[in-house]
Design a protein around this ligand. Sequence first.
Ligand code: ZN
Length: 298
Amino acid sequence: MKDHLVKAVADGVRVYAAVTTNLVNEAIRRHDCYPVAAAALGRTMTGALLLAANLKNREALTITFDGHGPLGKVTADATPEGFVRGAVGNPHVDLPLNSKGKIDVGGGVGTNGMVTVTRFTGLKNPITGSVAITDGEIADDLTKYLFVSEQTPSSVGLGVLINTDLSCLAAGGFIIQPLPDATDEVIDKLEANLKKVNSVSHMVEQGLDAKGIIAEVLQGFDVDYLTTTDLAFRCPCSKERISEVLLSLGQKDLESLIADGHAEVCCHFCNEKYQFTKEELQAIYDKAMANRQKKAQD
Ligand code: ZN
């Protein structure tokens, strides 16, 4: 099944659901994630895609969990077009299962810090909000963030199932938000549904697509399915962009790279490695010096 996100409305509630198994596997492969990192990053990337689905075209959103746990920072960037990238500080963290027999995402993320969401809306200053992390299990933290920071009551469900070979078996998520005209009866029915549904990762494992997940959580509702968007792991980095970063280095740093004879620069978000030869570094150095001279004259 291809990764995808479906939007739907029903009786005064808005629901988005996503299947993200492939893009979580892409993140595991790129960052060589062990299960705790894979689950934390997979949930955060899925949550970022669900939150970004509400943005306008060309906007973007970043979620950062900084809970001071052994994983370090867990970050994901997503766009409403369905692209996501993400990274985790220490992908090789190994922790025993938690008391429920599950991957200890909360123990990895840590609970001594903040979850921050930044929306890049094209305005000069991005909009940032943050709340203290509650359990570090990602979904409830995002629910709390939406309620406290954006005054939007929501229910977020996220799940990542990791296989014994460290690959992702199933991943997905949903977000439900009552619209202002939702009645108490609708909210009660929704809460009753959420209590009895299977975890979202098991729904995906059983073969349900995003529509199937929505049908499960909205049993008894008259669902109107809206759009379907394909999802993918994608990082906008390129050798050209990395060259721009090198251009901004100080003269001494550039000189030492040239002395080394080559440079390998790794993109933090996707772990793609870019090689620069001595000649390329020299050209960057010359350009940087010319730029600086020009700037000094202006
Ligand atoms: Zn990249």
